[in-house]
Design a protein around this ligand. Structure first.
Ligand code: ADP
Length: 616
């Protein structure tokens, strides 16, 4: 039902105003990036169109009528020489432009469009990634924008050239016999079929894109290293091949569905053009020349030849113009997605206030939160205060809302209810970038980039003195031993995807490296989401010891599934079903003998054997 509705919306033609506006948007984007590229591109169509007319229809008529009327050969030769000189000069200049200037200018346009898109993409809220309609438009915008924007210019370029040829040839036919214009205008009637064909093409492309996305995903599972192990175990290979076959079947179904429609609409247009227009005008001209004769007001032989030559050009141009307008409609539809994305108003914005540069109190008051695609609250009435310089261990079973709380603290999402106060001020009042920069964060699903170790630690452009800072941070996180052995040290590129001398790190090594991120810059707050999940117990113990030392004076919240590390924290916060169930020091919570004490004992038993009892 929803799909049907979306499809109807897609088929809806955009209002004329919006169609014009979307196409103008594309031209403005090109002009902003490179005015010379746009102007020369369109100017060249004007030159090509004029030269084409003068060297075809007009020249032919001049020669035939000149022969019939006894015109001097010199005047014809002079015309040809002038025409050849003009064409040669302009074509040489344009050829130089296309081959030397144009590729650079075109890249400038690409860079301009990428900048527009990327700067928006960096700001859209995480929630947008969970909204399938938005995400679909987002992916299409990223995929299509560059090509579509250029296509608007190509269509306009074609339109100018065809319009000049149409105008000049129509004038010529009108002078010969006004009735001929009727034949020339017939392709306009065929425009409706052209429009239907374009709608079918657009729907075909849109549906294909969704199938292709699934197919692309399957392909990725075959070549990306991160899937390699699972793909070799059990029957995953077969599952993925089954999915690939399913996408192929879907592809076939879609192609058949729209292919037939496209074939019928295309056939009607071809028939109308070839039979009605070209054959009709030819028969009319032959009848006028041979049956009526030029002495009785009919056409001369010269005019008849010109008509036969020009009517094809006129029909072709008209047909093309109709096609051009239909293309503008199609471009506008695709650009609607691009503009939707670019015009999307970011709701999660910051204020004017400068964020603190030193550790201050952070208070979470009555915080509730629900994901856009979820039917129940993930967090419910969460309350706690992180005091200046305090380290809190956030513990709780899987799905209890720990990571979500961290994401809210970072303002990757805003709460549905309640507020977060930093130094007594609602965090929404702080400048967003400045506020986020207050936190050094390591996520559970951290990512490494195919860049140098240094870039991966800093996660920002480096400045003077950063090399030492990165080395020190790596020492703190326990990753320096590994980096030191690399040929280029902290300048080594991670992964071998783009560099033969690159290094692949194990998950544990990657985790240590990602942890160095919080040691490199002295942010007032640190948020660690299971920073030790891939480390062995000894490495984990060392890591926590280092962390406690290196984060002196900074406020820390760390999520840990091993409660032995919670012992090191000043306070423990136990989350259960989206709310804070218990809060206190490790000893207080053990004494309370509640959920935390129970979890702690069970973990200790697992590590040490069931006969060991834990007394806090
Ligand atoms: P924890 O970190 O304690 O394991 P999470 O905060 O990751 O818990 O998840 C809490 C709940 O929120 C889980 O039920 C999870 O499925 C759900 N959840 C997490 N991320 C999303 C999301 N992006 N969209 C919808 N639900 C989510």
């Amino acid at each position: 039902m929803k799909k049907e509705k979306e499809k109807k919306e897609k088929k809806k033609k955009l209002p004329l105003g919006r169609t014009v506006s979307n196409n103008l948007f594309a031209l403005k984007a090109i002009f902003a990036a490179s005015p010379i590229y746009l102007l020369v591109y369109l100017g060249s169509s004007f030159i090509y169109g004029t030269v084409e007319f003068l060297s075809e229809g007009y020249l032919l008529r001049m020669i035939v009528n000149g022969i019939e009327g006894g015109r001097s050969v010199e005047s014809i030769v002079l015309f040809v020489v002038i025409l050849a000189t003009v064409s040669l000069t302009s074509f040489t200049a344009l050829s130089w432009f296309w081959n030397v200037i144009s590729p650079i200018e075109q890249r400038k346009v690409g860079a301009h469009i990428e900048k527009m898109l990327f700067s928006k993409a960096a700001k859209v809220e995480l929630a947008c990634y969970e909204d399938p309609v938005f995400y679909d438009k987002y992916v299409k915008a990223m995929d299509e924008a560059y090509d579509r924007i250029l296509k608007v210019m190509y269509t306009l370029d074609d339109l100018i050239a065809r319009f000049i040829a149409l105008f000049a040839n129509s004038l010529l036919l009108f002078v010969i016999d006004p009735v001929l214009i009727l034949f020339g205008l017939f392709p306009l009637v065929l425009g409706v079929f052209r429009r239907l064909e374009n709608i079918a093409s657009h729907d075909l492309e849109s549906e294909k894109k969704q199938v292709n996305r699934r197919a692309e995903y399957v392909k990725r599972t075959f070549y990306l290293g991160e899937y390699a192990k699972e793909m070799r175990s059990g029957g995953m290979y077969g599952n993925m091949l089954r999915d690939l076959r399913a996408t192929f079947e879907e592809y076939k179904k879609i192609t058949k569905k729209y292919g037939l429609k496209k074939a019928i609409y295309g056939y009607i247009q071809r028939f109308g053009l070839e039979v009605v227009t070209i054959l009709g005008a030819t028969l009319y001209s032959v009848w006028s020349t041979m049956v009526i004769g030029s002495e009785n007001g009919g056409m001369s032989v010269g005019d008849c030849i010109v008509v036969i030559g020009s009517i094809g050009t006129i029909s072709y141009c008209l047909n093309n113009l109709v096609q051009n307008f239909a293309e503008f409609g199609e471009h506008a539809l695709f650009l609607e997605d691009v503009r939707y994305f670019l015009d999307y108003e970011i709701k999660l914005v910051g204020g004017e206030r400068m964020a603190p540069t030193e550790s201050v109190e952070l208070e979470v008051r009555g915080l509730s939160f629900r994901y856009g695609n979820s039917e129940k609250d993930t967090l419910h009435d969460v309350n706690f205060t992180l005091h200046k310089g305090e380290r809190i261990a956030l513990v709780g079973s899987n799905g209890s809302g720990k990571t979500t709380l961290v994401k809210l603290l970072l303002r990757l999402y805003d709460a549905s209810e309640g507020e977060i106060l930093m130094d007594g001020v609602n965090v929404k009042e702080y400048d967003l970038k400045g506020y986020r920069d207050c936190f050094g964060t390591v996520f559970q699903d951290f990512k490494m980039f195919s860049l140098s170790v240094k870039d991966n630690v800093l996660l920002r452009p480096s400045v003077e003195g950063d090399a030492q800072r990165v080395r020190d941070a790596l020492v703190e996180s326990g990753a320096y031993g590994r980096v030191e052995r690399m040929e280029k040290g902290i300048d080594t590129i991670l992964t071998r995807e783009f560099d033969d001398k690159g290094e692949n790190l194990s998950i544990g090594e990657q985790q240590k490296l990602s942890l160095a991120r919080v040691f490199a810059d002295r942010t007032p707050f640190i948020l660690l989401d299971e920073p030790s999940s891939a480390l062995d117990p000894i490495a984990e113990y060392k890591m926590f010891e280092n962390m406690m030392r290196a984060t002196e004076g900074r406020s820390v919240i760390f999520i840990s599934h091993r409660l032995s590390s919670a012992v090191l924290a000043d306070r423990v916060l136990l989350m259960d079903d989206g709310t804070v169930a218990e809060c206190g020091t490790h000893s207080e919570l053990l004494a309370k003998n509640g959920m935390y004490a129970d979890m702690f004992r069970r973990q200790a038993e697992n590590y040490l054997g069931s006969e060991v009892s834990v007394n806090g």
